[in-house]
Design a protein around this ligand. Sequence first.
Ligand code: HAM
Length: 463
Amino acid sequence: MQKKLIPKKSKPEELDEEDAKKPAKGTPELLRGFRDILPEEQGRWNLIRDTVRALAEAYSFDRIDLPVLERSDLFQRTIGKSTDIVEKEMYVFTDPSNRSVALRPEATASAARAYIEHGMLERPQPVKFWYEGPMFRHDRPQAGRYRQFYQAGLEVFGAEEPIIDAQLILIGKKFFEAIGLPVKVQINSIGTPECRSAYLTELVSYFRPFRSKLPEDDKRRLQKNPLRLLDSKEEYTMGLLGDAPQILDWLDEKSKEHFMRVIEFLDEVEIPYELNAHLVRGLDYYTHTVFEFMPEGEEGEKAQSALGGGGRYDGLVGLLGGRPTPGCGFAIGMDRIARALADKGINPPQCPPAQVFFAQLGDAARRVGLRLYEQFRAAGIPVAEAAGKNALKAQLEVANKLGVGLTLILGQKEVLDGTIIIRDMESGAQETIDASKVVSVVERKLQKESGVTPAIHSPVSDV
Ligand code: HAM
């Protein structure tokens, strides 16, 4: 039974030396390229998730949840055997039933599988899905590139009209506007497999005389996946691209017409875009329109990494054995977006901060506290506590750190009397009130903009 989670074709020297060096014993540490998204980051993640969800619902996309683990051939057949993702980056392993499975590197292939598997061709078309979740690619970790990262995506199956491409780009642009990150749309068309094949012959003839000088990776691309030469990051190759044949000149009439219409629609809704003749994307299933959302502004442009990307994939469902069905979609990289938000100092709170703190003295007070909590929850007022601490002083210190306006104090005496003390944390003033009225009194005090009313002083022994 083989259960090793290693990328399929890793040579020993490509294995992560840093991870391999980690001691097996001692405190377990994160694997390289994996990370925890801590509570203090969750405000930004909530903003991203809530915005995606609101937009997807506004445009009538239905949520779909797809498994993290799929048969590995799903990705080999769709993303393409000679792509970096399939060749080098997939976490492929044999499961206990001796099947070759992979942690999904993306979700479009899974969405197409689900569309076929659940007979969605029979539903009213187009079928529109949205999803979010973790993806896995064993790429070299660096800023904005992780081995487990999160995407949110929108996919439309069963519509070939160019308006779909344009509307998806519009939704993506609206998403970035809504969260406050300016992006540039880059767009290109890579036509149909037929016109692409004539173009590739031309592209390969153009590069062949330079073959011996090409960097190793690009030599391999020239042989296996020449289209990817267009987005090579190697200086030598990039220098040759200026005179290279351009795919737009090789598009057939139908592909040209499709692309022109997408662009016309974008003009109509005033979405600015840049034509990028070198944009080809790293997945083989695309046809016609491809696009990316690039960060704008100095920092983002330096990073040169897309915050999202997508395109049309009219052959994908057919590739998987389904009745040929057109499709188009895009996904955004949530980690990169969260990072860009942090760089801009956008830091929304994870949840509304507690306005009230509950301090107890003894077990009887703790018991009453349980009921009080429920009453405040029903009233929608978040309450914090430090149940692990016994001394009032220590509890008040926590309340101070949390920055709450009011602390409720319940000691033995108050439990017996059916009362509770309310302390204004700013002035230190305290008043004792009937415990049964505490929620309405607190509500009133919180509503008052100018803070709490003057206290009827009632000191507690160890305040
Ligand atoms: P992709 O361009 O491979 O497309 O990924 C989409 C986005 O995911 C990227 O623009 C980037 O923001 C983010 N991303 C990719 N790899 C990483 C990584 N290693 N670490 C952090 N973020 C990353 C797709 O996956 C297609 N399925 C998109 C699509 C949907 N096309 C049609 N429908």
